[in-house]
Design a protein around this ligand. Structure first.
Ligand code: SAH
Length: 216
């Protein structure tokens, strides 16, 4: 039976939004977007009762659905506005994708795990979320669709892939966790001119690694 969204879930979501606000997210647009996405429909059934706790949980292929606070934090750094063209590397469950779409972005999302690429389409389609899905290696970005106003990487890279910097529009923003297994720094890069990139650091996080190639 397909799961639905009801008053109980909406109530739990409101509490989740309050807790994320208390942790320091102050963009009302981002908080409202989190408040609209039915996270329980993106979770593995064994964890569904924990959908509105502010934690990451396992999904298929040994990956995770990001913690809502982390999703809100990355989204806030991206300064999403309506109609911006966004590349998301690491579709995963599709939860972050839905948050970007709630903010009116046009989303191109890429996933290297075939199972997740397929599952995310099954989740997002019936909810009327319509990104453009790609199965491939996000290290390479999507050269035929560049430039992007925003690029979001939801997996950890030891260094920022040059191909992604190349695909960022002038005035565009890239957000990526940078570092190894033990934790990463959240990095924001603003492309100020063709050859001019301004880099800032925004605290420590823990993501699954960005891996090369794609996986059957
Ligand atoms: N935003 C997602 C986070 C998923 S975890 C969510 O909230 O559900 C990060 C995802 O990045 C994983 O699904 C992983 O398979 C994917 N990934 C890792 N390396 C990748 C690459 N090179 N290209 C595309 N996706 C990648």
């Amino acid at each position: 039976m397909r799961q639905t969204d009801g008053y109980r879930h909406k109530g739990l979501r409101k509490k989740l939004v309050d807790s994320i606000r208390d942790k320091g997210i102050d963009s009302e647009e981002v908080l409202e977007a989190i408040g609209r996405v039915p996270r329980h429909l993106f979770m593995d059934s064994s964890f569904i009762n924990f959908s509105y706790t502010d934690k990451a949980f396992p999904i298929a292929a040994g990956q995770t659905i990001s913690q809502p606070y982390t999703v809100a934090f990355q989204t806030e750094l991206l300064e999403i506005k309506k109609h911006l063209k966004v590349l998301e590397v690491g579709t995963g469950s599709g939860y972050q994708t839905a948050v970007l779409l709630e903010l009116g972005a046009r989303v191109y999302t890429i996933e290297r795990q075939r199972q997740l690429f397929l599952d995310a389409q099954k989740t997002l389609g019936p909810l009327n979320y319509k990104p453009v899905f790609f199965y491939g290696d996000g290290y390479e970005g999507l050269p035929s669709y560049m430039p992007f106003d925003r690029i979001l990487v939801t997996a950890a890279a030891s260094e920022i892939p040059q191909s992604l910097l190349n695909q960022l529009a002038i005035g565009g923003i890239l957000v990526i966790p940078e570092g190894g297994k033990r934790g990463q720094k959240m990095i924001r890069v603003i492309r100020e001119a063709e050859d001019q990139f301004q880099r800032t650091e925004h605290g420590y996080f823990s993501f699954v690694p960005l891996l090369r190639g794609k996986n059957q």
